[in-house]
Design a protein around this ligand. Structure first.
Ligand code: FE2
Length: 200
């Protein structure tokens, strides 16, 4: 029995995230880029006869060992998270339980957002920046290329795609502007909070 990856539908319409993320970006990013990870992931899982029972297990098993599997399946995992964690939510309020934890571990909401943006700016080339749980503490991290935080034993609560395909149409080369628009206006904080509550 082999895992079969499937492209999920977006949990909103393609014009729902404008003006922060355009229809054109979502068409390319979801329909083309994510689809390619799904197609190639399935092909490489098959070619390597991987019979792990979950996507997470495939990602952990292929990390640093089977690059074509890892790159595609981990990107699939990353993007499933990314679509779910977004919503058109200008200056969205952070639920108080999560807000308290952010204040405790990261100083303040402002500090958390600034560290998140700086992690995304500081990721040279392609990759992701994250708010994760590491041994029960919130941390801001960044990862290169396809790497998902689970390979480091971290639980991803909020991830932002800083591959150029995620922002070039809307922000050209201005990654900092994209990251600021993301943390201020595109995060579904109820969803982040739910991930937090499910893991403490
Ligand atoms: Fe992407």
């Amino acid at each position: 029995k082999m895992i079969n990856l499937e492209l999920p539908d977006l949990p909103y319409s393609k014009d729902a995230l404008a003006p922060y993320m355009s229809v054109e970006t979502l068409e390319l990013h979801h329909d083309k880029h994510h689809m390619a990870y799904v197609t190639n992931g399935n092909k490489f899982i098959k070619e390597n006869n991987l019979n792990e029972e979950s996507i997470e297990e495939v990602v952990k098993k292929s990390y640093n060992s089977i690059a074509p599997v890892f790159n595609n399946v981990s990107q699939h995992l990353n993007h499933m998270h990314f679509w779910e964690i977004m919503k058109n939510n200008p200056n969205g309020k952070i639920p108080s339980e999560l807000e308290n934890k952010i204040n405790e571990d990261l100083g303040s909401i402002e500090n958390m957002k600034e560290a998140f943006i700086n992690a995304g700016i500081g990721q040279f080339g392609s990759g992701w920046c994250w708010l994760v749980l590491n041994n029960g503490k919130l941390e801001i991290t960044k990862t290169p290329n396809a790497e998902n935080p689970i390979v480091h034993g971290h639980i991803p609560l909020l991830g932002c795609d800083v591959w150029e395909h995620s922002y070039y149409v809307d922000y050209r080369n201005r990654r900092p502007d994209y990251l600021k628009a993301f943390v201020d206006n595109l995060v579904n904080w109820e969803k982040v909070s739910e991930l937090y509550s499910n893991n403490v």
